[in-house]
Design a protein around this ligand. Structure first.
Ligand code: GLU
Length: 287
């Protein structure tokens, strides 16, 4: 089976160091395996979207030498496919409508459990739709972080797959599209490690294959917080890609040749020395 990896940014801001690390890490794993590297724009959350950022991210990647095998998939154009997956879950009675408010869930730390809604149905208001999550432990072996186990009901509860506003949740869209794109290994940041059991559960419920997972360490800021777009992390500059690309490779402990060159040359020299088994595991300050 051909290795297929992907980078799946949300267009909530410009490409920043943390997402460059995920892009470079997933690209290196795919190229090292002689496989393909695909892109997916996760534009399913219009209220959080920053206008123009999807195009800016897609335009920035080639400047860093990160060229995908084919055009990007846009989740905003995939609604009909998510509808089919949702209907399949509904037909199997694996989802239920929920009118619970945040206040009603506060006593349970915001987590909804036991597969039933404590609020009364409100014909005036559309519901959110939740998975009916049983008392089940989902286990998987992360290629970098090692064996993982999560009691899904305890940790995630009856998670939302379609929001009140009618948008599909990241978990559902991600699972449907990883399968659609034929992804064999998901390489992304450890901020998504605890989403993975929900995604594996959805794959089982939908009869979709489970890819391998490799969660990369997070880049932290000086205060030890995750560098993220929402925290206004500095965007990386595609007009001057080498400094950020060198930092991303150093963060992933990948050696490069001392020779100077452009971004594709730097990536090529990194690829020669790259060994996925030697990636660092723990979060660290962005270098
Ligand atoms: N869209 C997510 C993000 O930008 C990544 C999702 C994934 O890799 O599964 O954080």
């Amino acid at each position: 089976m051909t290795y297929r990896g992907r980078f799946a940014p949300s267009p909530t801001g410009l490409l920043h160091f943390g997402s460059l690390v995920a892009a470079v890490g997933s690209w290196l794993c795919a190229r090292h395996a002689g496989g393909q590297w695909l892109l997916r724009v996760e534009d399913i959350d219009p209220p959080r979207e920053v206008a123009g950022s999807a195009q800016a991210i897609l335009a920035a990647l080639p400047a860093f030498g990160l060229v995908a095998d084919g055009p990007a998939l846009f989740q905003s154009q995939r609604r009909a496919t998510y509808d089919v997956a949702f209907e399949r879950l509904r037909a199997a009675d694996l989802v239920f409508p929920c009118w619970c408010s945040r206040a009603q869930l506060a006593a349970e730390d915001g987590i909804h459990r036991n597969g039933r809604c404590v609020a009364s149905p409100d014909p005036e208001r559309p519901p959110a739709w939740r998975m009916r999550v049983p008392d089940v432990v989902v286990a998987f072996d992360d290629a970098l972080q090692g064996p993982q186990r999560q009691n899904l009901r305890e940790v995630a509860g009856d998670f939302v797959i379609r929001r009140v506003e009618g948008y599909y949740a990241y978990q559902l869209a991600c699972v449907v599209d990883d399968a659609f794109q034929g992804i064999t290994e998901v390489v992304r940041g450890t901020d998504l490690l605890d989403s993975t059991p929900r995604q594996i559960w959805l794959q089982r419920c939908l009869g979709l294959p489970t890819p391998a997972y490799r969660h990369l360490p997070l880049a932290l800021d000086a205060e030890g917080r995750k560098l993220s777009k929402s925290a206004q992390a500095h965007p990386v500059d595609p007009a001057d890609p080498l400094p950020a690309l060198r930092r991303a490779l150093a963060f992933l402990d990948v050696q490069t040749s001392a020779a100077t060159g452009d971004a594709p040359a730097l990536l090529a020299s990194a690829l020669e020395r790259f060994d996925p088994a030697r990636l660092p595991r723990l979060a660290a300050r962005a270098v």
